[in-house]
Ligand binder design. Structure first.
Ligand code: NAD
Ligand code: TYD
Length: 354
């Protein structure tokens, strides 16, 4: 353990998709910080995502569940955290439609457990920060025009977005009621390396590789705003260090795509990368039954974070997609291991069969 870290940060959900990029950035860019990564390692969390930083002296991994209050209390008695960046969550909308309860437990109860620990531990709020990572889906669904600002009223429409909206409200309630120092950011759809192949882009890459049908819900006319995950991690670093307490920051790519157009673009890239005849991958597109309550369109107005903190995405969509495809093609064994559950053996090798 680093003997005198400048700050001790708890990052929850650090073995997941976005969390792993945030942990890597914090560990490498802030060598004077001690980074504690707390993750339950559900199906979506995988320590292979952090292989390259796991031996760094300023990094420690702990397996644990944020729904376990006594575990968290013990953790907060062992470490004096200066800040928490909270990413741990159940995140897949389709799973939330099949089984909402796990979303309530982790996303709402787990967040309250963390808020309570911070409230008890932080006698002097000025030196601390609870940073809650949230989604643009809390704002509901847009029509053809307009975009979400930080003032857009909440209107969540899936069990996932309702659980995230609930946790956002609780974070704000702890700010107003108890003076807990908090900040929230609401980001649009992320894509990039380490994303579990159940979300649209990595699932499609997986299926194209295996010449399996690419399922597109409904007519494929739903629109999402896509941001490369490293650009989100950079925004998180900025908001953590310079964000105003009690404030919300919208983060987005200004990069809207209809699902079917995005998948056609991806198919073209995959055909070239795999040396297939043009049109081969697009032939796999299969329109399937629509998602229940499928939100039509999300779009972010990121004026505040651009103007106040000077953030903007560093990657164009073409660059980000190219990097993402290249990563999945060189990490096909990762994709096979996470989809088969075999990555668990990596954890057992590193940490024993706990
Ligand atoms: P993910 O599903 O890839 O990872 C979630 C991580 O949380 C996993 O490592 C998992 O093991 C861990 N976890 C789940 N339940 C836990 C529990 N009870 N205790 C401890 N750890 C637990 O998620 P992601 O896509 O990286 O999203 C991270 C955060 O960012 C979430 O809060 C999500 O709502 C938010 N977000 C995601 C996106 C996106 O496009 N993926 C966009 C905006 C905001
Ligand atoms: P997803 O990646 O699940 O993210 P979210 O629902 O949080 O935006 O889905 C992105 C879009 O792609 C969404 O409109 C649903 C659609 N979609 C499909 O058409 N087919 C699929 O197999 C999946 C997973 C998603």
């Amino acid at each position: 353990m680093n003997p005198s870290p400048h700050k001790t940060l708890l990052i929850t959900g650090g073995a997941g998709f976005i969390g792993s990029h945030v942990v890597r950035k914090m560990v490498l860019d802030h060598p004077d910080y001690l980074i504690i990564n707390l993750d339950q390692l559900t199906y979506a969390g995988n320590l292979e995502n952090l292989k390259d930083v796991e031996d760094r002296p300023n990094y420690t991994f702990l397996r644990g569940n944020i729904t376990n209050e006594s575990f968290l209390e013990d953790l907060f008695s062992r470490y004096s955290f200066d800040g928490v960046i909270h990413l741990a969550a159940e995140t897949h909308v389709d799973r939330s439609i099949t089984d909402p309860k796990e979303f309530i437990r982790t996303n709402i109860v787990g967040t309250v457990n963390l808020l309570n620990c911070c409230r008890t531990a932080w006698q002097d709020p000025a030196d601390h920060l609870f940073y809650h990572i949230s989604t643009d889906e809390v704002y509901g669904s847009l029509g053809e025009e307009g975009s979400f600002t930080e003032e857009t009223p909440y209107d969540p429409r899936s069990p996932y977005s309702a659980s995230k909206a609930s946790s956002d409200h609780l974070v704000r309630a702890y700010f107003h009621t108890y003076g807990l120092p908090v900040v929230i950011s609401n980001c649009s759809n992320n894509y990039g390396p380490n994303q579990f192949p159940e979300k649209l882009i990595p699932l499609s890459i997986h299926n194209i590789l295996h010449m399996q049908p690419i399922p597109i819900y409904g007519k494929g006319e739903n629109v999402r705003d896509w941001l490369y995950v490293e650009d989100h991690a950079a925004a998180i670093d900025l908001v953590f260090h310079r964000g105003v307490r009690g404030r919300t920051y919208n983060i987005g790519g200004m990069n809207e795509w209809k699902n079917v157009d995005l998948i056609r673009l991806l198919c073209g890239i995959m055909d070239r990368e795999l040396d297939r005849d043009p049109g081969t991958s697009a032939g796999l597109i299969t329109f399937v039954k629509d998602r229940a309550g499928h939100d039509l369109r999300y779009a972010i107005n990121a004026t505040r974070i651009r103007g106040e903190l000077g953030w903007k995405p560093a990657h164009t969509f073409e660059q980000g997609l190219q990097k993402t495809v290249a990563w999945y093609l060189t990490n096909q064994d990762w994709m096979e291991r996470v989809t088969s559950g075999a990555y668990k053996s990596y954890y057992e090798q590193q940490y024993g069969n706990r």
